[in-house]
Design a protein around this ligand. Structure first.
Ligand code: ZN
Length: 369
């Protein structure tokens, strides 16, 4: 257990550890990076390292070593229990669903597995941080931590309701010395400039392709080498996304995307197309399948555009390089542009909740003309 488990961004992690060691961890910190880069994991690790009470850890600190955490002491264990975020979030939402109507309205989603570490996720259904959540932080943050050396308030999203952002700003103007506010975001630009200027920005960079490939080689031996290369190219440098990549689902969606594109390229073979569109039904499952198909369609179309424009080294679906090259040779740039336009219309049609199968059929006939 410890920081050695964190994948990539070694220099950033070392800087954070040093600031824990010399007692200079910022009171407000923006942890920025792509989805799956490990922002939440790192935020919890920082909270653990700042509060680990294992004698061996404390001793190593006295000798000036970089702080780490044991993962076994009561503070470490309870802080670690706040992960995985998606499971804790769903539990909190389920608890609220059980409440009486009147209480439901007043209750905001929060995750707290340690008395001094509060996790604030975006509140459904709008999935924004709300005033009630920030009020809870205001209520707690000036209270001296009871069992931790340093209290942590971790906002897992930068999507704030306006009044919530304004309230957060008030805390940031005068934060207590014994607490750190950590804001996780894919895009710091989403935060108010006045919030950004009061926080220290720490960026997790995308990992290089070779690093992701090495990681997958050691941790996903169940995937074939060609599949690992594919995932490494699709995960956009995010280790968490690579390790948990829904490969089977992606391959199925991509199969459908290829049927659609082939159908639209030639005299469409409507029988194959209809067979496929019939499997896309309405409802939550259909919607998920449909957005998977959209992503796969876009990734294949982007590769076709890259091949068409003479950049074969940049394609992501490399396991299909031969077939995609043949397809790209048979297609014009105009066709590809109109197909990409078709996919974005397909997406907006979904948002308007068109019958999914109808939308798919019209996509194929539209781009084939
Ligand atoms: Zn510990």
């Amino acid at each position: 257990m410890g920081f050695s488990e964190f994948i990539g961004n070694g220099a950033v992690v070392e800087r954070l550890r040093r600031s824990i060691g010399n007692g200079r961890l910022p009171q407000a910190m923006i942890l920025a990076g792509p989805a799956g880069a490990g922002k939440y994991t790192l935020a919890l690790m920082i909270a653990q390292a700042a509060n680990c009470i294992n004698p061996a850890e404390l001793e190593s600190r006295a000798t000036g070593e970089l702080p780490d955490f044991c993962g076994e002491c009561p503070n470490c264990v309870r802080i670690a229990a706040a992960a995985p975020l998606s499971a804790r979030f769903e539990e909190a939402v389920a608890v609220r669903e059980e409440l009486r109507e009147a209480d439901k309205k007043e209750t905001r989603i929060l995750i707290q597995t340690h008395p001094d570490v509060l996790v604030i996720p975006p509140d459904p259904p709008q999935l924004l941080i709300k005033l009630g959540q920030v009020r809870r932080v205001i209520h707690e943050i000036y209270r001296f931590p009871s069992e931790a050396r340093r209290a942590f308030y971790i906002f897992t999203s930068s999507g704030f309701m306006k009044e919530a952002a304004n309230s957060l700003l008030k805390i940031l103007e005068e934060p207590p010395e014994f607490a750190s506010i950590v804001l996780l975001t894919e895009n710091p630009g989403e935060l108010l400039p006045t919030i950004r200027s009061r926080a220290c920005i720490v960026r997790l960079a995308a990992l290089p392709l070779a690093e992701i490939e090495a990681l997958l080689a050691s941790r996903r031996e169940d995937w074939k080498p060609a599949q690992r290369s594919l995932v490494a190219r699709l995960c956009e440098g995010a280790a968490g996304r690579a390790l948990n990549f829904p490969l089977e689902g992606y391959l199925a969606s991509r199969q459908d995307a290829l049927i659609l594109i082939r159908g639209a390229m030639a005299e469409p073979d409507y029988s194959a197309l209809f067979r496929m569109t019939e499997t896309y039904r309405a409802g939550a499952e259909g919607q998920q399948k449909m957005s998977g198909l959209n992503r796969a369609l876009m990734s294949v179309l982007e590769d076709l555009l890259l091949l068409r424009s003479g950049n074969p080294e940049l394609i992501r679906n490399i396991d299909l390089a031969a077939e995609l090259t043949r397809m790209a040779d048979a297609l014009s740039l105009e066709w590809l542009e109109s197909a990409a336009g078709g996919v974005s219309r397909l997406e907006s049609g979904m948002r308007r909740n068109l019958l999914r199968a109808v939308a798919l059929d019209s996509f194929a006939s539209e781009v084939s003309v």
